[in-house]
Design a binder for this molecule. Sequence first.
Ligand SMILES: Nc1nc2c(c(=O)[nH]1)N[C@H]1C(S)=C(S)[C@@H](COP(=O)(O)OP(=O)(O)OC[C@H]3O[C@@H](n4cnc5c(=O)[nH]c(N)nc54)[C@H](O)[C@@H]3O)O[C@H]1N2
Ligand SMILES: Nc1nc2c(c(=O)[nH]1)N[C@H]1C(S)=C(S)[C@@H](COP(=O)(O)OP(=O)(O)OC[C@H]3O[C@@H](n4cnc5c(=O)[nH]c(N)nc54)[C@H](O)[C@@H]3O)O[C@H]1N2
Ligand SMILES: [Mo]
Length: 763
Amino acid sequence: MSAKPPASDPVQDAPQVGAPKESSVGLPAITHALRTAQQQMGLRRTALTLLRVNQHDGFDCPGCAWPEPGKPHTAEFCENGAKAVAEEATLRRITPAFFAEHSVADLRERSGYWLGQQGRLTEPMYLAEGATHYTPIGWDAALDLIAGELNALDSPDEAAFYTSGRTSNEAAFVYQLFAREFGTNNLPDCSNMCHESSSYALGDTLGIGKGSVLLDDLEKADLIIVAGQNPGTNHPRMLTALEGAKHAGAKIMTINPLPEAGLRNFHNPQTPRGLAGPGTDLTDLFLQIRLGGDQALFRILNKLLLERDGATDDAFIRDHTHGFQDFATATRATTWDQALEATGLTRENIEAALELILASRSIIVCWAMGLTQHKNSVPTIQEIVNFLLLRGNIGRPGAGVCPVRGHSNVQGDRTMGICERPTPQLLDALEREFGFTPPREHGLDTVETIRALRDGRVKVFLAVGGNFVSATPDSAVTETALAGARLTVQVSTKLNRSHCVTGRRALILPTLGRTERDRRPDGGDQFVTVEDSMGMVHASRGRLAPAGPHLRSETAILCALARRVLGPGSTTPWEEFAADYDRIRDRIARVVPGFDDFNTKVARPGGFALPHPPRDSRTFPTTTGKANFTAEPLTWPRVPEGRLLLQTLRSHDQYNTTIYGLDDRYRGIKGGRRVVFVHPDDARRLGLDDGTYADLTSEWTDGTERTAPGFRVVHYPTAPGCAAAYYPETNVLVPLDATAKTSNTPTSKSIVIRLTPTSRHTT
Ligand SMILES: Nc1nc2c(c(=O)[nH]1)N[C@H]1C(S)=C(S)[C@@H](COP(=O)(O)OP(=O)(O)OC[C@H]3O[C@@H](n4cnc5c(=O)[nH]c(N)nc54)[C@H](O)[C@@H]3O)O[C@H]1N2
Ligand SMILES: Nc1nc2c(c(=O)[nH]1)N[C@H]1C(S)=C(S)[C@@H](COP(=O)(O)OP(=O)(O)OC[C@H]3O[C@@H](n4cnc5c(=O)[nH]c(N)nc54)[C@H](O)[C@@H]3O)O[C@H]1N2
Ligand SMILES: [Mo]
């Protein structure tokens, strides 16, 4: 099998368009998974690696955060998990010769797809000020250079420490400890762009910003509502759980502007019926909602429930909640006109939903980015909490909130203290345990970090994982902002645009991935731990030989850096931590609630569940001591005449900014990514035939405009008035200041755009 990367940039963005699929997975998914895996890893490595995914003695899939069942299937991975593994376990390598051949200017012209296809980073590389090429640098020199820059800052707050959600608990814990001992809470992370709205909404109402259901609950539910999520692509193993729930008698309601194939019919590749039979129809009721209309939908449903005799759980409301009267008053004032305008649904649709709800005792609501990346995201999720509280659907089997997390350890990173707004409890515990005074003022989130870079307030930027310049909004603004930094440092497994758009000086520090063996200095193996979307913590052990002899684990890199930056003044045993992660876990056990006896508990196959007071005992650690009803003003996006509302979403062939390929099989797209999905009626009104090209221009409230050129128009059954195109190509359209109320998450799912026909066809 060839493990050679493509030499020239293969992105011929000439999408071919076929009919969208009506069902998902089945044999084609297995074929695709194995083909990609073999291209990157070869046959033997493919078999060896994929059988270790999500097993008790194996590694946690670096794909999504969906939990593993108590007894994993022998092949407990999905098509997209296999692609994530192949992307990391690839045999392709980037060596210093590659950087000698390609200048940074050259790399900046390449597509993200091409950069990723070049393989694993293998040696620390340095871009000196004014240099055109990266050159090799030793680990000691690299770490000295960072320490020199950090210690030369006027204030620790002139540094920002970004985290993407693949980092292990151990690395995350030492990272936040290092940043705080250094003196800053500037710990922006990908969560700021992802489930931050969920964390705010759930924290204020239930007292804990995490989901309240476990995997078993799905089979106990009478109704599962999947809103703003495309699990067929982004959490494929969730389809198996939904299928199990269906077979146990649950109904499924889907709320989405797009008819996503994965939620229609599922061919489970692990059953004969799924492989050869008719598959399982998942969705019982599909509500094709307008973008940003979910707050209004849940508000009108709540009103209808309030009006229906016996539809609410009055004992639960009395004993466990606060703020019911204000909520009820605001909700009763909601009108059908508001609900119909905001949602684009019919009264019959909504009444059908109500009937399904009334027939269901136990209800779970699942959601992802379709709900979190709008201006009204926090009130929307709070409205869902209101909806669940009304019928006592929190803290009993088969019921609850299920925000489905993205990155495989994004939830764990937060639990470990990666957060720009740490709780006083965390800071007190760090102070007690490590004997230093942590900074108390809040730090910068992702959007604020970009502003601070732009304004020269942040001068050193360090990222553990991720692809900051491509994942963040307002690409042109962000790239200029980063270019002003004195030093940018990327701890990474793979090459991406954040290595090409840099500060005046830049470093690439290559690190081990999940799949690789992590050796202690004494020769034994180390393992790390992760937390899934449902608060289960378990071990992850890589088995593959590292991609090169110079790679270091994230934890080892961060401990060595901390030692150099903080010097002998730090009494934290950084060397001991790097040499034996058990020592880090001992400290986590003393600092983070729920981790007592961590080393013993994590040794159990399958790990352990973290406490969740609302789920476990209907206790709500909120300011009122009860679950809080809320009464936020009802809002939805307004779109001027002749404009559309654009959502930016993922294709089936990408992992965030990592592009696996140029197809989006379920939506019928092949060989290109610059497509814009438009309802045929809107397209006709705008004079855009299917197959023509258009420039997308976003219009922001301050009068500024941003354009992404050359998108092929695809007539597609999306909700009228709403368009869709892929991220990150469209991030250039999202204004930096377009963020959700309270959570400050970029509103990547509701951007007002106009489409201008063009003959241009950008490749
Ligand atoms: N293979 C793969 N897996 C992944 C990822 C990946 O890129 N690739 N990314 C990971 C990460 S970090 C995350 S956060 C998750 C993301 O998982 P998802 O949230 O499923 O990802 P998106 O592609 O952004 O899809 C958003 C979905 O919400 C719908 N939607 C958009 N706006 C609205 C709205 O206003 N209302 C409603 N009701 N629906 C709406 C869209 O039509 C789409 O179906 O997946 C994780 N898993
Ligand atoms: N327009 C728009 N923008 C969005 C979104 C959207 O829906 N629309 N979604 C947002 C969401 S939900 C998220 S989570 C963010 C994602 O933002 P990020 O997490 O910053 O981006 P990724 O593309 O996941 O990062 C991929 C890179 O991570 C590195 N990497 C992979 N594995 C490892 C590892 O094990 N260790 C280390 N150190 N590095 C590793 C590789 O170098 C790879 O190139 O993007 C956000 N941006
Ligand atoms: Mo995410």
